[in-house]
Design a protein around this ligand. Structure first.
Ligand code: HEM
Length: 346
């Protein structure tokens, strides 16, 4: 598949937008007209051609521009990429998983040739052609997680498993929805999830952790998570809150269509073979309300979901200030007709 990469920005003038094809494949997360936290984990199996599930690692039209934005974030704040020393084997596991997936599924854009430990990686969209020795950090310009993380859409964290827990001991996180790797690094599954409302009491995290501890190599799983973002800003980190927090006060009935974005994270989890760690990918997709409303089912469903969303969840996700303005704008697309089960367009 040959992709046409867009030249766009996720800061300053915010020129990001989706092509009609990208709108069509958007992973709309609401399977019914309401939303509540649950253990929504399913096998990360290959999906229909053209969908975001076609391949384990999804590369799309935003690839080159997203990688440029990541490089800007890392230049300004190297703390967005951190790994504890015992995670080096897991870093190589991650590099192998991503390089083999990308080269297999997007051969026009990436290639990997392996002769024992001598690897040759070519990334055509980013103009990279590099020979290195697998397992020898000195032959790469960065540590393995950062090297491949700068070339793959999505944030990644790597969890070490010990004492019946998962520990966030490494990550490259530049497009996060208001949480901080620098704060969370070294924490366990319950500690980094502590700020989430309602879900702990409902037993969601107990059950999710039990499931993850038993994950097997070769059987990845996935789930969708979502929030909303004002302007197409990828880097909505606590570190930069002073730059974007104020944007939430700028939503008016006139600009909802362009300013308010549904932000969906396709999160996949893999057991890694050498380290027994778990790789967690957070692949972010954004869509403007104006774009979303071109799909009749989504235009009907989203205002219903927002209207009935528990206040605790709306507050946690930071939607409270512009929730009603957005519902009012979307309501013209809701004619009251029933919607079909599942997230896809009808
Ligand atoms: C090891 C893999 C995982 C990692 C690294 C991870 C990480 C995170 C982080 C950093 C947050 C933000 C917390 C904050 O506000 O500071 C979060 C939120 C959340 N996580 Fe996880 N998580 C993982 C797996 C899961 C799984 C398997 C579930 C399944 C139920 C889950 C459910 C949630 C929920 C419901 C939220 C709140 C999200 C929202 O409302 O926007 N997480 N996670």
């Amino acid at each position: 598949m040959v992709l046409a990469f867009k030249n766009e920005t996720f800061r300053d003038d915010f020129t990001f937008s989706n092509s009609p094809a990208a709108i069509r494949r958007f992973p709309f997360p609401f399977v019914e007209d309401k939303y509540m936290y649950s253990v929504n984990i399913e096998p990360h199996e290959l999906g229909p051609k053209g969908s975001v599930y076609e391949f384990p690692i999804d590369i799309d039209e935003h690839y080159v521009s997203e990688m440029r934005d990541r490089a800007l974030v890392l230049d300004a704040d190297p703390g967005r990429c951190q790994a504890l020393p015992h995670m080096i084997t897991a870093q190589w596991d991650m590099l192998e998983l991503l390089m083999t997936s990308m080269a297999r599924d997007y051969p026009e854009h990436f290639s990997l040739t392996r002769d024992g430990n001598q690897w040759h990686w070519i990334n055509r969209p980013l103009g990279i052609d590099h020979k290195f020795t697998f397992g020898d950090v000195a032959t790469l310009p960065y540590q393995p997680m950062e090297y491949i993380g700068r070339q793959c859409q999505g944030d990644f964290s790597i969890q070490d498993q010990r004492d019946g827990q998962l520990w966030m001991d490494a990550g490259i996180i530049t497009t996060q929805a208001d949480w901080s790797l620098d704060f969370d690094v070294g924490m366990n599954f319950f500690e980094w999830h502590a700020p989430v409302p309602l879900a702990h009491q409902a037993g969601v995290f107990d059950r999710a952790l039990k499931f993850l501890l038993n994950m097997q190599h070769g059987r990845p799983v996935r789930r969708l998570n979502w929030t909303m973002t004002i302007n197409s800003r990828l880097d909505t980190s606590p570190e930069n809150y002073h730059k974007w927090g104020i944007d939430r006060t700028t939503v008016t009935p006139e600009n909802v269509g362009d300013k308010v974005h549904l932000r969906v994270e396709l999160q996949a989890l893999w057991r890694l073979p050498r380290s027994n760690a778990i790789l967690f990918s957070i692949r972010c997709y954004m869509i403007k309300m104006r774009e979303l409303a071109t799909v009749p089912k989504w235009g009907r469903r989203l205002p219903r979901v927002l209207r009935t969303l528990p206040d605790e969840i709306a507050d946690y996700k930071g939607l409270t200030r512009y929730r009603q303005t957005t519902i009012d704008w979307l309501s013209k697309y809701d004619d009251g007709a029933p919607t079909s089960l599942g997230g896809g367009p009808d």
